[in-house]
Design a protein. Structure first.
Length: 342
């Protein structure tokens, strides 16, 4: 095999990147035309995906929408669209509609998002990951941020002891630790929960006293989930136990994650849980086994996390959703306009 020189690589990139951008542009335009035609044939529905409603000092995953922006989003939606519930039967819609969903089950969903939904009068479905209910334990991505993305004194390097992904990173500066955070973040979602805990334990031992206890990233308690479930403007859905990419798990592990989360939430709320959301939700994050197990578990619908419109022909166990960021009202309005063709 002939190795390209460092001089040849920039030349190759200067050719490949413009071609790639052109192909992507053509793909997007073709997709937009296809979606517009589909919208003419069948009334479209858009499902929105939120995670958190709160103000955070550090939000590397961009999951949080400020309470003020969220309030403006909900008022805009109520003024301009028909808003439906995720669990409803959408057949026979005569006008474009929007459904609102949340993933993960953070405490701010009940503390900050629910009061706004109730005041504006907008329904939403909350997909809850059950593994951290009633504990102070953070989701793994928050744990990584807590350990790595803060100022302070750190060891000069970190070595991950792992047969497949093991290597050493320099960690003197925040910029270097951000590189480590990005690398671990990319891989950790593709491994089973027990292996993920080993990684996090290695990081905690490495960081020592740098790791801080905090309350801002906790999940809802059982009582808070019951408060959400009792609201006429909210519905609870399942989101696995450990928030792992299902495609990285065995069939039995997937079954446990899906069925256990459903049973726990039914025990907590006293109601049947009929909807599910795939963790991370991109097409590589779940597989045919995941879809089949959701059907067998008795769910009526399952939400993914890739853009698209819902039509009468859309698979109800792979419903597309559009991820919402912390946009101001004008940006949100522009993004909503684009969602009908994206």
């Amino acid at each position: 095999m002939q190795i390209q020189s460092s001089q040849e690589l920039p030349i190759a990139n200067s050719i490949i990147r413009p071609v790639y951008r052109s192909i992507r542009s053509v793909y997007r335009k073709t997709r937009a035309i296809k979606n517009l035609l589909g919208n003419l044939v069948d009334t479209p529905l858009i499902v929105l995906l939120y995670h958190r409603v709160t103000d955070l000092p550090n939000d590397p995953e961009m999951l949080a929408v400020s309470p003020e922006n969220f309030r403006l989003h909900m008022k805009f939606l109520k003024q301009h669209f028909r808003i439906v519930r995720f669990e409803e039967n959408w057949q026979g819609l005569k006008e474009p509609a929007v459904a609102i969903t949340f993933d993960d089950g953070y405490a701010d969903n009940v503390l900050e998002a629910l009061p706004i939904l109730e005041k504006v009068g907008v329904p939403a479905t909350f997909f809850v990951s059950t593994g951290h209910i009633g504990t102070s334990k953070e989701f793994w991505w928050d744990g990584l941020e807590n350990i790595l993305l803060r100022d302070g004194e750190f060891p000069s390097s970190f070595t991950l002891d792992d047969t497949r992904y093991g290597r050493t990173w320099t960690t003197n500066t925040l910029q270097q630790r951000t590189v480590l955070y990005t690398a671990l973040n990319a891989h950790i979602k593709r491994i089973p929960p027990d292996r993920r805990e080993v990684w996090l334990d290695q990081l905690k031992q490495w960081a020592g006293s740098v790791v801080l206890d905090r309350n801002v990233h906790r999940s809802m308690t059982q009582e808070e989930i019951r408060i959400v479930a009792a609201s006429p403007w909210a519905t609870i859905g399942a989101h696995t136990v450990s928030h792992s990419a299902l495609s990285a798990l065995s069939q039995e592990q997937q079954r446990m994650e899906i069925l256990t989360s459903k049973q726990v939430l039914e025990d907590v709320t006293g109601t049947e849980i009929t909807t599910f959301s795939y963790p991370f939700g991109r097409k590589k994050d779940y597989d045919r086994t995941s879809v089949r197990l959701c059907r067998e578990a008795g769910f009526k619908k399952a939400a993914s996390n890739f853009p698209g419109q819902v039509h009468s022909w859309t698979d109800v166990f792979q419903l597309p959703r559009h991820l919402v960021r912390n946009w101001d009202q004008d940006t949100f309005a522009a993004e909503m306009k684009s969602f009908w063709t994206r």
